[in-house]
Design a protein around this ligand. Structure first.
Ligand code: ATP
Ligand code: MG
Length: 391
Protein backbone atom coordinates (compact mmCIF):
# COMPACT_ATOMS: atom_id res chain seq x y z
CA UNK A 1 0.00 0.00 0.00
CA UNK A 2 1.32 3.41 -0.80
CA UNK A 3 1.45 5.44 2.42
CA UNK A 4 -0.78 8.06 0.84
CA UNK A 5 -3.79 5.69 0.85
CA UNK A 6 -6.23 5.02 3.66
CA UNK A 7 -7.19 1.48 4.51
CA UNK A 8 -10.38 0.08 6.03
CA UNK A 9 -10.97 -3.25 7.65
CA UNK A 10 -14.54 -4.33 6.88
CA UNK A 11 -16.39 -6.67 9.21
CA UNK A 12 -19.23 -8.83 7.96
CA UNK A 13 -21.52 -10.88 10.13
CA UNK A 14 -23.92 -13.43 8.75
CA UNK A 15 -21.95 -13.83 5.55
CA UNK A 16 -19.38 -15.60 7.69
CA UNK A 17 -21.96 -18.24 8.62
CA UNK A 18 -22.67 -19.23 5.06
CA UNK A 19 -20.55 -22.39 4.95
CA UNK A 20 -19.98 -23.54 1.40
CA UNK A 21 -21.75 -20.49 -0.02
CA UNK A 22 -19.43 -18.15 1.79
CA UNK A 23 -17.34 -17.40 -1.28
CA UNK A 24 -20.47 -16.52 -3.23
CA UNK A 25 -21.71 -14.15 -0.52
CA UNK A 26 -18.29 -12.57 -0.04
CA UNK A 27 -18.01 -12.07 -3.80
CA UNK A 28 -21.40 -10.31 -3.75
CA UNK A 29 -20.36 -8.21 -0.79
CA UNK A 30 -17.18 -6.96 -2.45
CA UNK A 31 -18.79 -6.39 -5.84
CA UNK A 32 -21.66 -4.50 -4.16
CA UNK A 33 -19.22 -2.25 -2.32
CA UNK A 34 -17.44 -1.57 -5.61
CA UNK A 35 -20.79 -1.02 -7.38
CA UNK A 36 -22.02 1.41 -4.76
CA UNK A 37 -18.72 3.31 -4.87
CA UNK A 38 -19.40 4.04 -8.55
CA UNK A 39 -16.63 6.32 -9.80
CA UNK A 40 -14.76 6.38 -6.49
CA UNK A 41 -11.62 4.33 -7.00
CA UNK A 42 -10.85 1.73 -4.38
CA UNK A 43 -8.89 -1.47 -4.12
CA UNK A 44 -10.86 -4.18 -2.36
CA UNK A 45 -9.10 -7.35 -1.28
CA UNK A 46 -10.12 -10.53 0.45
CA UNK A 47 -7.40 -11.91 2.64
CA UNK A 48 -7.70 -14.73 5.18
CA UNK A 49 -11.43 -14.23 5.56
CA UNK A 50 -11.25 -10.47 5.88
CA UNK A 51 -12.17 -7.67 3.56
CA UNK A 52 -9.82 -4.72 3.20
CA UNK A 53 -10.43 -1.59 1.20
CA UNK A 54 -7.83 0.98 0.20
CA UNK A 55 -8.66 4.38 -1.25
CA UNK A 56 -7.39 7.93 -1.57
CA UNK A 57 -7.76 9.90 1.66
CA UNK A 58 -9.83 12.55 -0.12
CA UNK A 59 -12.40 9.86 -0.94
CA UNK A 60 -12.76 8.63 2.63
CA UNK A 61 -16.06 10.49 3.32
CA UNK A 62 -17.56 8.85 0.21
CA UNK A 63 -16.13 5.44 1.14
CA UNK A 64 -17.47 5.67 4.68
CA UNK A 65 -20.90 6.75 3.44
CA UNK A 66 -21.03 3.74 1.11
CA UNK A 67 -19.83 1.25 3.74
CA UNK A 68 -22.42 2.49 6.20
CA UNK A 69 -25.11 1.72 3.58
CA UNK A 70 -23.85 -1.60 2.21
CA UNK A 71 -25.99 -4.53 3.32
CA UNK A 72 -23.81 -7.27 4.78
CA UNK A 73 -21.32 -4.82 6.31
CA UNK A 74 -21.57 -5.07 10.08
CA UNK A 75 -18.90 -2.47 10.75
CA UNK A 76 -15.71 -0.97 9.45
CA UNK A 77 -12.62 0.65 10.92
CA UNK A 78 -9.79 2.77 9.64
CA UNK A 79 -6.79 0.46 9.75
CA UNK A 80 -3.03 0.64 9.35
CA UNK A 81 -0.93 -2.16 7.91
CA UNK A 82 2.80 -2.53 8.59
CA UNK A 83 5.65 -5.01 8.49
CA UNK A 84 5.77 -7.46 11.38
CA UNK A 85 8.39 -5.48 13.19
CA UNK A 86 7.77 -4.09 16.69
CA UNK A 87 9.28 -0.69 15.94
CA UNK A 88 7.05 -0.19 12.95
CA UNK A 89 4.07 -1.49 14.86
CA UNK A 90 4.77 1.02 17.65
CA UNK A 91 5.03 3.80 15.16
CA UNK A 92 1.70 2.81 13.50
CA UNK A 93 0.08 2.47 16.92
CA UNK A 94 1.14 6.02 17.79
CA UNK A 95 -0.31 7.35 14.52
CA UNK A 96 -3.68 5.68 15.10
CA UNK A 97 -3.82 6.76 18.76
CA UNK A 98 -3.34 10.35 17.63
CA UNK A 99 -6.84 10.24 16.12
CA UNK A 100 -8.42 8.07 18.82
CA UNK A 101 -7.39 10.06 21.88
CA UNK A 102 -10.02 12.70 21.09
CA UNK A 103 -12.59 10.17 22.35
CA UNK A 104 -11.12 9.82 25.85
CA UNK A 105 -8.02 9.28 27.97
CA UNK A 106 -8.49 5.65 29.02
CA UNK A 107 -7.47 3.08 26.46
CA UNK A 108 -6.87 -0.60 26.07
CA UNK A 109 -4.78 -2.55 23.57
CA UNK A 110 -6.24 -5.81 22.37
CA UNK A 111 -3.65 -7.93 20.60
CA UNK A 112 -4.05 -11.16 18.64
CA UNK A 113 -1.41 -13.25 16.98
CA UNK A 114 -2.30 -15.84 14.37
CA UNK A 115 1.37 -16.00 13.35
CA UNK A 116 2.78 -17.94 16.29
CA UNK A 117 6.34 -17.39 15.05
CA UNK A 118 6.11 -13.72 16.01
CA UNK A 119 8.52 -13.26 18.94
CA UNK A 120 6.07 -11.64 21.38
CA UNK A 121 2.83 -13.28 22.44
CA UNK A 122 -0.48 -11.35 22.55
CA UNK A 123 0.00 -10.26 26.14
CA UNK A 124 3.58 -9.16 25.40
CA UNK A 125 2.45 -7.12 22.39
CA UNK A 126 -0.31 -5.42 24.39
CA UNK A 127 2.06 -4.52 27.27
CA UNK A 128 4.69 -3.15 24.96
CA UNK A 129 2.25 -1.00 22.97
CA UNK A 130 0.54 0.20 26.16
CA UNK A 131 3.90 1.38 27.51
CA UNK A 132 4.75 2.96 24.20
CA UNK A 133 1.52 4.98 24.05
CA UNK A 134 1.81 6.16 27.66
CA UNK A 135 5.38 7.30 27.02
CA UNK A 136 4.33 9.16 23.92
CA UNK A 137 1.08 10.66 25.28
CA UNK A 138 1.52 11.15 29.05
CA UNK A 139 -2.12 12.12 29.58
CA UNK A 140 -3.34 8.68 28.46
CA UNK A 141 -3.82 5.78 30.87
CA UNK A 142 -4.57 2.09 30.48
CA UNK A 143 -8.00 0.87 31.57
CA UNK A 144 -8.65 -2.83 31.01
CA UNK A 145 -12.25 -2.86 32.25
CA UNK A 146 -13.66 0.53 31.26
CA UNK A 147 -11.67 1.97 28.38
CA UNK A 148 -12.87 4.95 26.31
CA UNK A 149 -11.42 3.29 23.24
CA UNK A 150 -9.73 0.07 22.22
CA UNK A 151 -6.91 -0.22 19.75
CA UNK A 152 -6.74 -3.65 18.11
CA UNK A 153 -3.55 -5.22 16.81
CA UNK A 154 -3.48 -8.38 14.75
CA UNK A 155 -0.35 -10.19 13.68
CA UNK A 156 -1.25 -12.14 10.55
CA UNK A 157 0.57 -12.18 7.20
CA UNK A 158 1.40 -8.61 8.17
CA UNK A 159 0.57 -6.49 11.21
CA UNK A 160 -2.83 -4.79 11.16
CA UNK A 161 -3.89 -2.11 13.62
CA UNK A 162 -7.30 -0.55 13.88
CA UNK A 163 -9.50 1.41 16.26
CA UNK A 164 -13.20 1.25 17.15
CA UNK A 165 -15.30 1.18 14.04
CA UNK A 166 -18.43 2.64 12.58
CA UNK A 167 -21.49 0.52 12.04
CA UNK A 168 -22.87 -0.76 8.77
CA UNK A 169 -26.45 -2.02 8.36
CA UNK A 170 -25.56 -5.72 8.77
CA UNK A 171 -27.70 -8.36 7.05
CA UNK A 172 -26.79 -10.05 3.78
CA UNK A 173 -25.39 -8.59 0.55
CA UNK A 174 -28.06 -7.36 -1.84
CA UNK A 175 -28.65 -9.77 -4.71
CA UNK A 176 -27.60 -12.85 -2.75
CA UNK A 177 -31.26 -13.71 -2.17
CA UNK A 178 -32.51 -12.82 -5.66
CA UNK A 179 -34.85 -10.02 -6.63
CA UNK A 180 -38.19 -8.74 -5.30
CA UNK A 181 -40.70 -6.08 -6.28
CA UNK A 182 -41.83 -3.66 -3.58
CA UNK A 183 -45.27 -2.07 -3.76
CA UNK A 184 -44.09 1.36 -2.77
CA UNK A 185 -46.67 3.93 -1.72
CA UNK A 186 -45.73 7.40 -0.60
CA UNK A 187 -46.35 6.37 3.01
CA UNK A 188 -44.03 5.57 5.89
CA UNK A 189 -44.37 1.80 5.93
CA UNK A 190 -43.56 0.46 2.48
CA UNK A 191 -40.12 2.13 2.16
CA UNK A 192 -39.18 0.65 5.54
CA UNK A 193 -40.41 -2.76 4.36
CA UNK A 194 -38.26 -2.48 1.22
CA UNK A 195 -35.22 -1.61 3.30
CA UNK A 196 -35.72 -4.65 5.53
CA UNK A 197 -35.94 -7.02 2.58
CA UNK A 198 -32.87 -5.48 0.92
CA UNK A 199 -31.14 -6.15 4.22
CA UNK A 200 -32.01 -9.82 3.82
CA UNK A 201 -30.16 -9.85 0.52
CA UNK A 202 -32.99 -9.18 -1.90
CA UNK A 203 -32.48 -6.72 -4.68
CA UNK A 204 -35.55 -4.52 -4.23
CA UNK A 205 -37.11 -2.75 -7.21
CA UNK A 206 -40.19 -0.61 -6.58
CA UNK A 207 -43.54 -0.09 -8.25
CA UNK A 208 -45.76 2.91 -7.54
CA UNK A 209 -49.38 3.23 -8.62
CA UNK A 210 -50.55 6.74 -9.32
CA UNK A 211 -53.81 8.16 -10.57
CA UNK A 212 -53.22 11.22 -12.71
CA UNK A 213 -54.83 13.75 -12.87
CA UNK A 214 -56.31 13.02 -9.43
CA UNK A 215 -52.88 12.66 -7.88
CA UNK A 216 -50.12 15.21 -8.49
CA UNK A 217 -46.69 15.05 -10.10
CA UNK A 218 -45.31 15.84 -6.68
CA UNK A 219 -46.81 12.62 -5.32
CA UNK A 220 -45.08 10.72 -8.12
CA UNK A 221 -41.71 12.38 -7.59
CA UNK A 222 -42.04 11.79 -3.85
CA UNK A 223 -42.39 8.04 -4.51
CA UNK A 224 -39.44 8.16 -6.90
CA UNK A 225 -37.35 9.90 -4.20
CA UNK A 226 -38.27 7.18 -1.72
CA UNK A 227 -37.19 4.54 -4.26
CA UNK A 228 -33.87 6.37 -4.61
CA UNK A 229 -33.28 6.34 -0.86
CA UNK A 230 -33.87 2.58 -0.80
CA UNK A 231 -31.74 2.39 -3.94
CA UNK A 232 -28.84 3.99 -2.10
CA UNK A 233 -28.54 0.75 -0.09
CA UNK A 234 -28.20 -1.27 -3.29
CA UNK A 235 -25.79 -1.29 -6.21
CA UNK A 236 -28.62 -1.20 -8.77
CA UNK A 237 -32.38 -0.82 -8.54
CA UNK A 238 -35.35 0.35 -10.58
CA UNK A 239 -38.50 2.38 -10.00
CA UNK A 240 -41.65 1.71 -12.02
CA UNK A 241 -44.66 4.02 -12.20
CA UNK A 242 -48.01 2.59 -13.22
CA UNK A 243 -50.95 4.72 -14.36
CA UNK A 244 -53.69 3.26 -12.19
CA UNK A 245 -56.46 5.72 -13.16
CA UNK A 246 -58.43 3.48 -15.57
CA UNK A 247 -58.43 0.67 -12.97
CA UNK A 248 -59.37 2.98 -10.11
CA UNK A 249 -62.23 4.50 -12.13
CA UNK A 250 -63.59 1.06 -13.09
CA UNK A 251 -63.58 0.10 -9.42
CA UNK A 252 -65.36 3.30 -8.44
CA UNK A 253 -67.95 2.64 -11.12
CA UNK A 254 -68.66 -1.04 -10.39
CA UNK A 255 -67.71 -1.98 -6.82
CA UNK A 256 -69.74 -1.25 -3.67
CA UNK A 257 -68.13 1.71 -1.96
CA UNK A 258 -67.01 -0.13 1.18
CA UNK A 259 -65.00 -2.63 -0.91
CA UNK A 260 -63.14 -0.16 -3.14
CA UNK A 261 -59.88 -0.06 -1.17
CA UNK A 262 -59.71 -3.83 -1.10
CA UNK A 263 -60.44 -4.06 -4.82
CA UNK A 264 -57.77 -1.47 -5.58
CA UNK A 265 -55.23 -3.29 -3.43
CA UNK A 266 -56.00 -6.64 -5.08
CA UNK A 267 -55.56 -5.01 -8.50
CA UNK A 268 -52.23 -3.49 -7.48
CA UNK A 269 -51.02 -6.88 -6.32
CA UNK A 270 -52.13 -8.46 -9.61
CA UNK A 271 -50.35 -5.82 -11.73
CA UNK A 272 -47.23 -6.05 -9.56
CA UNK A 273 -47.27 -9.82 -10.03
CA UNK A 274 -47.41 -9.38 -13.83
CA UNK A 275 -44.56 -6.84 -13.74
CA UNK A 276 -42.45 -9.03 -11.45
CA UNK A 277 -42.83 -12.01 -13.75
CA UNK A 278 -41.61 -9.90 -16.69
CA UNK A 279 -38.48 -8.87 -14.80
CA UNK A 280 -37.78 -12.18 -13.12
CA UNK A 281 -38.50 -10.92 -9.62
CA UNK A 282 -39.35 -13.84 -7.37
CA UNK A 283 -41.51 -12.18 -4.72
CA UNK A 284 -43.61 -9.14 -3.89
CA UNK A 285 -43.12 -6.96 -0.81
CA UNK A 286 -45.65 -4.70 0.92
CA UNK A 287 -45.57 -2.44 3.97
CA UNK A 288 -48.61 -4.03 5.59
CA UNK A 289 -48.79 -4.35 9.36
CA UNK A 290 -51.51 -6.47 10.92
CA UNK A 291 -54.58 -4.51 11.99
CA UNK A 292 -53.12 -1.09 11.14
CA UNK A 293 -56.05 -0.16 8.87
CA UNK A 294 -59.18 -1.86 7.52
CA UNK A 295 -57.34 -3.28 4.50
CA UNK A 296 -54.79 -4.96 6.77
CA UNK A 297 -56.96 -7.31 8.81
CA UNK A 298 -56.33 -11.02 8.35
CA UNK A 299 -59.44 -11.36 6.17
CA UNK A 300 -58.56 -8.33 4.04
CA UNK A 301 -55.03 -9.55 3.46
CA UNK A 302 -56.31 -13.01 2.60
CA UNK A 303 -58.37 -11.47 -0.19
CA UNK A 304 -55.90 -8.88 -1.49
CA UNK A 305 -53.16 -11.44 -1.99
CA UNK A 306 -55.33 -13.72 -4.13
CA UNK A 307 -54.02 -11.93 -7.25
CA UNK A 308 -50.42 -12.92 -6.51
CA UNK A 309 -48.81 -16.04 -7.85
CA UNK A 310 -45.55 -15.02 -6.22
CA UNK A 311 -45.06 -15.08 -2.46
CA UNK A 312 -45.89 -11.75 -0.80
CA UNK A 313 -43.48 -10.72 1.94
CA UNK A 314 -44.65 -8.31 4.64
CA UNK A 315 -41.68 -7.75 6.90
CA UNK A 316 -43.58 -5.22 9.06
CA UNK A 317 -46.54 -7.47 9.76
CA UNK A 318 -45.78 -7.65 13.49
CA UNK A 319 -44.38 -4.14 13.94
CA UNK A 320 -45.93 -1.21 15.80
CA UNK A 321 -46.17 2.13 14.04
CA UNK A 322 -43.69 3.67 16.50
CA UNK A 323 -41.13 1.02 15.64
CA UNK A 324 -41.70 1.56 11.93
CA UNK A 325 -41.30 5.33 12.32
CA UNK A 326 -38.02 4.87 14.20
CA UNK A 327 -36.70 2.65 11.40
CA UNK A 328 -37.92 5.08 8.71
CA UNK A 329 -36.09 7.92 10.46
CA UNK A 330 -32.88 5.95 10.75
CA UNK A 331 -32.81 4.98 7.06
CA UNK A 332 -33.67 8.44 5.74
CA UNK A 333 -37.16 7.86 4.32
CA UNK A 334 -39.33 9.40 7.06
CA UNK A 335 -38.84 13.06 6.13
CA UNK A 336 -39.86 12.32 2.54
CA UNK A 337 -42.79 10.09 3.53
CA UNK A 338 -44.44 12.81 5.60
CA UNK A 339 -44.56 15.31 2.72
CA UNK A 340 -48.26 16.04 2.27
CA UNK A 341 -49.08 14.83 -1.25
CA UNK A 342 -52.11 12.56 -1.22
CA UNK A 343 -51.91 9.29 -3.16
CA UNK A 344 -54.75 7.30 -4.70
CA UNK A 345 -55.45 5.40 -1.47
CA UNK A 346 -56.27 8.62 0.35
CA UNK A 347 -58.23 10.20 -2.51
CA UNK A 348 -60.39 7.20 -3.29
CA UNK A 349 -60.77 5.92 0.27
CA UNK A 350 -64.36 4.98 1.23
CA UNK A 351 -65.84 6.58 4.35
CA UNK A 352 -66.53 3.16 5.93
CA UNK A 353 -64.26 0.47 4.53
CA UNK A 354 -65.11 -3.15 5.13
CA UNK A 355 -62.91 -4.81 7.78
CA UNK A 356 -64.02 -8.46 7.74
CA UNK A 357 -64.66 -9.19 4.09
CA UNK A 358 -66.03 -12.58 3.09
CA UNK A 359 -63.87 -14.22 0.47
CA UNK A 360 -66.69 -15.45 -1.77
CA UNK A 361 -68.43 -12.04 -1.73
CA UNK A 362 -65.19 -10.25 -2.56
CA UNK A 363 -64.47 -12.65 -5.39
CA UNK A 364 -67.91 -11.99 -6.78
CA UNK A 365 -67.39 -8.22 -6.69
CA UNK A 366 -63.97 -8.64 -8.26
CA UNK A 367 -65.41 -10.81 -11.02
CA UNK A 368 -67.98 -8.12 -11.88
CA UNK A 369 -65.19 -5.59 -12.41
CA UNK A 370 -64.17 -7.60 -15.52
CA UNK A 371 -60.86 -5.88 -15.09
CA UNK A 372 -58.29 -8.35 -16.49
CA UNK A 373 -57.58 -6.40 -19.65
CA UNK A 374 -57.26 -3.08 -17.84
CA UNK A 375 -54.71 -4.66 -15.50
CA UNK A 376 -52.70 -6.00 -18.41
CA UNK A 377 -52.78 -2.60 -20.14
CA UNK A 378 -51.64 -0.93 -16.96
CA UNK A 379 -48.70 -3.33 -16.67
CA UNK A 380 -47.80 -2.89 -20.34
CA UNK A 381 -47.73 0.90 -20.17
CA UNK A 382 -45.68 1.01 -16.96
CA UNK A 383 -42.69 3.38 -17.02
CA UNK A 384 -39.46 1.98 -15.58
CA UNK A 385 -36.50 4.14 -14.56
CA UNK A 386 -33.26 3.56 -12.69
CA UNK A 387 -33.44 4.38 -8.97
CA UNK A 388 -29.76 3.73 -8.29
CA UNK A 389 -26.58 2.42 -9.82
CA UNK A 390 -26.61 4.43 -13.04
CA UNK A 391 -24.18 7.21 -12.35
P1 ATP B 1 -47.70 2.90 3.59
O1 ATP B 1 -47.22 3.71 4.73
O2 ATP B 1 -46.65 2.01 3.02
O3 ATP B 1 -48.41 3.73 2.55
P2 ATP B 1 -50.16 2.34 4.75
O4 ATP B 1 -50.15 2.08 6.18
O5 ATP B 1 -50.57 3.68 4.28
O6 ATP B 1 -48.75 1.93 4.17
P3 ATP B 1 -51.99 1.18 2.91
O7 ATP B 1 -52.18 2.51 2.26
O8 ATP B 1 -53.14 0.38 3.38
O9 ATP B 1 -51.03 1.22 4.14
O10 ATP B 1 -51.17 0.27 1.91
C1 ATP B 1 -50.76 -1.01 2.26
C2 ATP B 1 -49.64 -1.41 1.34
O11 ATP B 1 -50.09 -1.45 -0.01
C3 ATP B 1 -48.49 -0.40 1.35
O12 ATP B 1 -47.59 -0.63 2.40
C4 ATP B 1 -47.89 -0.64 0.00
O13 ATP B 1 -47.03 -1.78 0.02
C5 ATP B 1 -49.09 -0.96 -0.87
N1 ATP B 1 -49.59 0.27 -1.53
C6 ATP B 1 -50.58 1.08 -1.13
N2 ATP B 1 -50.74 2.10 -1.98
C7 ATP B 1 -49.86 1.94 -2.96
C8 ATP B 1 -49.51 2.67 -4.16
N3 ATP B 1 -50.15 3.80 -4.50
N4 ATP B 1 -48.52 2.20 -4.94
C9 ATP B 1 -47.86 1.06 -4.60
N5 ATP B 1 -48.13 0.35 -3.49
C10 ATP B 1 -49.10 0.77 -2.68
MG1 MG C 1 -50.43 4.34 2.26
Amino acid sequence: MSTSQVMYLIRYGEVALKGKNRRFFLGKLTSNIAGQLGHVRAEITLKSGRVYLKADPQDSPAVEAVLSRTMGVVGFSRAVETDKDMERIEEACGRLAEGLKASGRRFKIEARRTDKSFPLNSYGIACRLGDCLRARFPDLSVSLYDPDWILYVEIRDRAYLYGPGKRGPGGLPVGGSGKGLLLLSGGIDSPAAGYLMAKRGLRVDSVYFHTPPFTSDQALSKAQKLAEVIGAYQPVSYFTAVDFSPVQLRIKERAPEDTTTLMARACMVRIADLLAAGKRAACLITGESLGQVASQTVQSIAFTETGARLPVFRPLIGWDKEEIIALAKSIGTYEISILPYPDCCTLFAPARPITRPKMDEMEEVYGKLAIGELLENAARSAVRKPASGHR
